[in-house]
Design a binder for this molecule. Structure first.
Ligand SMILES: [Zn+2]
Length: 148
């Protein structure tokens, strides 16, 4: 395959992804601004977990000029509308998870990486009695790990 056709197929992928993200944004009631499209394309092409810092750094690496405030505002808007999940594993930073159905995580405290655990792979027994007049909204477990 020549490099030209390779580039063309990559272009097609980019356009396809952009269309997909645009649809998702509209579906979740978000106007597809330039920043939302860019950040959406980064987060939503494959399941992934990124902090606002990581999103910001990757955009700069790709040569996009964007302010940190815009990245934070965009991610907050995504989370507010349910397009991504917020995962608070590290008190110093929030992670944004493109997988929004219920699942658990391994969090490597040495590398700061989050890995998905499918909800079927982990079962919880003996849930303590809930405080009165409450019900379980969500049960998400974070298993903290470190390198040996
Ligand atoms: Zn996850």
């Amino acid at each position: 395959m020549s490099s030209f056709s390779l580039e063309c197929s990559n272009m097609d992928d980019v356009i396809q992804l952009k269309t997909k993200v645009e649809k998702r944004l509209k579906l979740y009631g978000l106007r597809p601004t330039k920043a939302r499209l860019r950040i959406g394309m980064m987060l939503l092409d494959h399941p992934k977990h990124l902090s606002a810092e990581q999103v910001y750094e990757r955009l700069l690496e790709k040569g996009h000029s964007i302010s940190k405030a815009t990245v934070y505002n965009t991610l907050n808007a995504f989370a507010e509308k349910g397009l991504v999940n917020q995962v608070a594993v590290d008190p110093s930073r929030m992670y944004y998870d493109s997988t929004t159905n219920a699942h658990h995580h391994f969090f490597n405290i040495d590398t700061g990486q989050l890995f998905d655990i499918p909800s079927d792979d982990l079962s919880v027994e003996n849930i303590p009695r809930l405080p009165e007049n409450t019900k379980i909204q969500d049960l998400e477990i974070v298993i903290k790990i470190k390198n040996k």
